[in-house]
Design a protein around this ligand. Structure first.
Ligand code: PLP
Length: 353
């Protein structure tokens, strides 16, 4: 028997989520595949989505190159843009769309204009996130300077929303208004809807959505009941069983003393597989029934309480998150966000072509 620990990726669910969300948004949509498609395997996800997605987005050049080398021809936007001239020329050579959010990036394009053609540029404007972006007042100047280079075939605008998934958010509307006001005279497409904004019923829509977490089946919009299918199931099996007496404990630090005689299932999956170390006492599903992890999570193992699951034992199926256990619940228990948990998963298998 091989080690039974895998993140199973349901590519049909991914495609179905993409199509539903694109329809809900009502415009075009980037499928965001950065960080190895949020841990889901960027190449396989891209291949599954390529027929239907309008374009892909990744964080940086290497991530884009991995997709091109795997034969992906669709437009790919580099969300952080390029870091130097060498990267710019490579990006142009591979027909990547690039974000420009810093003055040096504009200067690089001006400097290399003779060596490139047909660049598709997304000007990223600062509207409140204070992470990446140009001051909105610079929008007209940047558009005319880019157009003057003659190498830029298309200029569009984007901004990133800081609070789209925050309960009672009204900051997004301020950001969107700032973007729209700064660009309305410039006849360019705009992108500001991330997953949570697409799932929010309120406010204007952008020409292009950028779909990340929701495409992977996680609805982060408070109050939204829009149905999405989980794409990743993190699974393993019980490969040893211990019987321990009331008052004994399990695992490093002897942190979890049991209050009754207990049966403990040892599961072949730990924090090196992407399960958070501080998810002690978190819900897990064993053979489809709910129980909890017990004691500290080890690097490649964890323990679960199977005292009340008489029929479970050696070989029992364990789901850490997926269809029965929502990854958001694990994230909340571990005081993090589902994004971080998903993108740290490193061994994936695919359920469908
Ligand atoms: C610039 C940018 N656009 C879009 C996204 C997708 O966001 P979400 O996963 O919330 O849909 C991200 C993700 O962090 C991002 O950094």
């Amino acid at each position: 028997m091989t080690r039974p620990s895998r993140a199973l990726i349901d590519l049909n669910a991914l495609l179905s989520n993409y199509k539903k969300l694109r329809a809900l948004h009502g415009g075009k949509a980037f499928a965001v595949l950065k960080a190895n498609a949020y841990g889901h395997g960027a190449v396989r996800c891209a291949k599954k989505l390529e027929m239907d997605a309008d374009a892909f987005a990744v964080a940086f050049l290497e991530e884009g190159l991995e997709l091109r080398e795997a034969g992906i021809h669709k437009p790919i936007l580099l969300l952080e843009g390029v870091f130097d001239v060498k990267e710019l020329l490579k990006a142009a050579n591979h027909s990547f769309w690039i974000v420009v959010s810093r003055h040096e990036q504009l200067e690089m394009i001006e400097q290399c204009s003779r060596a490139m053609r047909g660049l598709n540029v997304w000007l990223k404007l600062e509207t409140g996130m204070n992470r990446l972006g140009l001051d909105v007042s610079l929008a007209p100047e940047y558009v005319s300077r880019l157009r003057a280079t003659k190498v830029v075939s298309r200029v569009s605008f984007m901004t990133h929303l800081a609070c789209a998934d925050v309960e009672g958010d009204d900051f997004s509307i301020k950001q969107i208004e700032k973007l729209i006001n700064a660009t309305k005279e410039l006849d360019c497409e705009v992108s500001f809807c991330n997953s949570a904004r697409v799932l929010s019923a309120k406010g204007p829509r952008s020409d292009w959505a950028r779909l990340g977490i929701a495409m992977y089946g996680i609805n982060t919009m408070p109050g939204s009941s829009f149905a999405l299918e989980p794409v990743m199931e993190l699974k393993s099996q019980i490969f040893d069983v211990k019987k321990i007496k009331k008052g004994e404990s399990v695992g490093y630090g002897c942190t979890a003393q049991v209050s009754r005689d207990s049966r403990v299932g040892i599961v072949a999956l730990g924090y090196a597989d992407g399960y958070p170390r501080n998810a002690m006492g978190c819900s897990v599903s064993v053979d489809g029934r709910l129980t909890k992890t017990l004691g500290a999570i080890s690097m490649d193992m964890l323990a679960v309480d199977i005292t009340e699951l008489e029929n479970s034992g050696l070989g029992s199926q364990v789901e850490l998150w997926g269809k029965h256990i929502h990854v958001s619940e694990v994230a909340q228990h571990a005081r993090t966000i589902p994004y971080e948990l998903l993108c740290k998963v490193n061994r994936v298998s695919f359920l469908s072509a």
